[in-house]
Design a protein around this ligand. Structure first.
Ligand SMILES: [Zn+2]
Ligand SMILES: [Zn+2]
Length: 393
């Protein structure tokens, strides 16, 4: 069969939209018709060449949701018609981490940037007959995905794919960073540096944990306004104000109990470190470029102030359990998902956009067709979206 997909051929170059030849799902694999996929920064880092991958060409995209079209031999957990969220880290179910409930640390995670499926073979080829890899074993910027059944989480059919897809990465990553990794406590103070797709969900997670003070930091004014609607109690415009000075003012000179960094920049990680109170925690949530090999923080302060510096991936979540839980909180009104897809915000954003070059038809939507995926990433870099989503109609 064939599938249209967005393929990365060269680091630093836009994705190429092309038709690929696709195999049938092998034993233990599932063919998914993708319905919606989020434009996450991690794919952009690969596209831009900031993060190495095992090979190119590779189909990017990992924050997806869709419908099971067909199952391979031996698959018993899924059937045609099931709605699924794609998980960017699979869980083998057998390693010491999986059996301990820490599927985010599954030994299979080592394979997710290599390209081929877990058995070392490929499911996609381009017109020249080249093998094409699948980022995160998924490659969700594609009409169809063949994934291992252990990369899928079944969800209720009542959810819209546009909202559900975000739970595959950004929502679970941010929410889990607050709830599972930092274990934010009621009444505590929280700093979130960078309130995009990941940071906005750290704000939501911290709110659900009962944090009394949630300080959101960004350089995009609109994102700070959004952050308030997601639960931030204070905001700092890092383009105009010194972050550490303002945090100290907001916390009576003490600093915050939990400082999350969701930008992946050594400078902002250092700000998070400096803005943390004695015995507080710094949680680094984003993926820095692989060329970054040091942090400008004081080891002396680490000791004297008894701070804890920690990292987290996938919100340290057992995604198979967490994804349905987050969706049920969305249904119950405790978690916002629709507002993360900035489509509904497009009118407001663009009406604020100065310069007067904006045309009416551009106001319509911030969801994209697959062919517009590179525009979606340009919008992300321009700060126009919390999350842009590619929709397959
Ligand atoms: Zn992601
Ligand atoms: Zn495992």
């Amino acid at each position: 069969m064939k599938t249209r997909a967005a393929v990365s051929y060269q680091p630093g170059e836009p994705l190429v939209i092309e038709e690929l030849e696709m195999d049938e799902p092998k034993a233990g694999e599932v063919l998914v018709k993708v319905k919606a996929v989020g434009l996450c920064h991690s794919d952009y880092h690969v596209m831009a060449g900031n993060r190495p991958v095992g090979m190119r060409p590779m189909v990017l995209g990992h924050e997806g949701a869709g419908i099971v079209e067909k199952v391979g031999a031996g698959v018993t957990r899924f059937k045609t018609g099931d709605h699924v969220v794609l998980m960017f880290i699979p869980s083998c179910g057998k390693c010491q981490y999986c059996v301990s409930g820490m599927t985010h640390a599954c030994v299979w995670a080592i394979n997710i940037s290599k390209g081929p499926q877990l058995d070392g073979t490929f499911r996609l080829r381009n017109k020249k007959g080249q093998d094409v890899g699948q980022f995160c074993l998924l490659g969700a910027f594609s009409e169809y995905v063949i994934a291992n059944e252990n990369s899928l989480c079944a969800i209720d059919t009542s959810y819209s794919f546009e909202s559900a897809c975000l739970v595959g990465c950004g929502v679970t990553g941010g929410y889990g960073a607050a709830v599972n990794r930092a274990k934010v406590t009621p009444g505590s103070s929280v700093l979130v540096i960078g309130v995009g797709g990941l940071g906005m969900n750290i704000v939501q997670g911290a709110r659900l944990c009962g944090a009394a003070k949630i300080i959101a930091v960004d350089v995009v004014t609109k994102k700070l306004e959004w952050a308030r609607s997601f639960g931030a109690t204070h905001t700092i415009d890092a383009g105009k104000e010194d972050v550490v000075t303002r945090v100290m003012e907001m916390t009576n000179g003490v600093g915050v109990h939990f400082a999350f960094e969701a930008i992946s920049d050594p400078k902002t990680i250092a700000q998070a470190f400096a803005a943390t109170a004695k015995t507080g925690s710094i949680i680094v949530c984003g993926l820095t470029p692989s060329t970054v090999d040091s942090l400008p923080i004081s080891p002396l302060q680490l000791v004297l102030m008894q701070k804890t510096l920690m990292g987290t991936i996938y919100g340290s979540s057992n995604a198979q359990v967490e994804i349905p839980k987050i969706l049920s909180m969305y249904k119950g009104g405790q978690i916002k998902l629709d507002e993360l897809v900035t489509r509904t915000y497009a009118l407001k954003i663009l009406s604020m956009y100065k310069g007067g070059q904006i045309k009416l038809d551009e106001l319509v939507t911030r969801t994209y067709a697959l062919d517009q995926i590179n525009d979606g990433y340009a919008d992300m870099n321009a700060g126009l979206n919390i999350r842009g989503v590619v929709r397959f109609d």
